[in-house]
Design a protein around this ligand. Structure first.
Ligand SMILES: *Cc1c(COP(=O)(O)O)cnc(C)c1O
Length: 327
């Protein structure tokens, strides 16, 4: 049977640490809480996109491309890590960002500029709606552009999180009951679903949906399902996922993408003050807020062993100083 084995380049430092959060576990008083530190992947202040880019940019190089295009919100962690990786590889990088140019760049946007990326402001379009036009323009100007999908969520991005699951399982002594993480473009979740099957694990792969805005025609959970099955086919895995395998919690969407509320603020402060660990305002703060709520209501039982997958995002904190200043 022919296996497609996707190529990989090295952009980060792996394995990332997995540790028990002793003081947070004690403060919450419920299940044991562990953390996978993908905020420490090493590329330009870290994050989960580093893993995906190791596979996606390997494909860009194999195709002989000289220019990378991707898209995201103004404070996109994905765009920041892509800009850094492109700089390291000597590739031009074009970012199509939602919103308008702010007076002063901060957080991820400041870093995008430091890495020399070309920034295109797209107003309401933060999910790459304007990429096809730019792609044609760059090709007409003699460049060889490669489009990295929104959030790095295609089959290659999912493969990265299948491999990350192997990395986690190799670090695990006693099995986890739940893997909890922020889910937004779906590659992390699809990859962790594949990893659960490939590594024969019993844990729940539980995504906390952080963005109610949906791109494309399919509902987000259907997109995750479709990506998991497409990736399984690419890898010649026989497993077929069904809708019931996509555990996506929509209870913590708050006031929408990137809006910091009381729940996010409390999770960020509690994690900072019990563990000295930085969560971000958009993704991990919201996911940890959801996890804390599920632990407190015992929706996740006291005898559980929960792994919180820290997906990064710290630079965005500096762009949200107003909503995070401790009171
Ligand atoms: C992109 C991102 C996520 C979501 O990962 P997806 O694979 O896009 O679902 C979570 N946390 C942070 C910090 C991110 O940058």
């Amino acid at each position: 049977m022919s296996h497609i084995q996707p190529g990989r380049i090295s952009l980060g430092f792996f394995p990332t640490p997995t540790v028990r959060l002793n003081r947070l576990t004690e403060a919450v008083g419920g299940a044991d809480i562990f953390i996978k530190r993908d905020d420490l992947t090493g590329l330009a202040l870290g994050g989960n996109k580093t893993r995906k880019l190791e596979y996606i940019l390997a494909d860009a190089l194999a195709q002989g491309c000289d220019t990378i295009i991707t898209a995201g919100a103004a404070q996109s962690n994905h765009c920041r890590q892509t800009a850094a990786a492109a700089a390291q590889l000597g590739l031009a990088c074009h970012l199509v960002l939602g919103g308008e140019a702010p007076g002063q760049a901060t957080g991820n946007l400041l870093l995008d500029q430091l890495f020399g990326s070309h920034i295109h402001w797209a107003g309401e379009h933060r999910k790459g709606e304007d990429i096809p036009v730019l792609q044609v323009q760059l090709a007409a100007a003699g460049h060889k552009p490669y489009v990295v999908p929104y959030g790095g969520s295609n089959e290659l991005g999912a493969v990265a999180f299948l491999q990350a699951s192997r990395e986690l399982v190799a670090q695990t002594t006693e099995p986890f009951t739940h893997i909890v993480f922020a889910s937004s473009s779906g590659g992390t979740q699809a990859g962790l679903m594949l990893g659960k099957v490939a590594c024969d694990q019993g844990y729940q792969v539980l995504g906390i949906n952080i963005d109610k805005g949906e791109s494309g025609d399919l509902a987000f959970s259907a997109q995750v399902l479709e990506l998991a099955n497409r990736t399984a086919r690419m890898l010649s895995m026989t497993h077929k996922f069904s809708a019931a395998d996509v555990l996506l919690n929509d209870d913590y969407l708050g006031d929408g993408y990137g809006v910091v509320g009381a729940r996010e603020r409390e999770a960020i402060l509690l994690t900072a003050r019990t563990e000295g660990i930085i969560l971000d305002p958009v993704y991990t703060g919201r996911a940890m807020g959801g996890l804390l709520a599920m632990l407190r209501t015992e929706e996740i039982a006291k005898d559980a062993r929960v792994l919180f997958w820290h997906t990064g995002g710290a630079p965005a904190l500096f762009a949200y100083a107003d909503s995070l200043t401790p009171r």
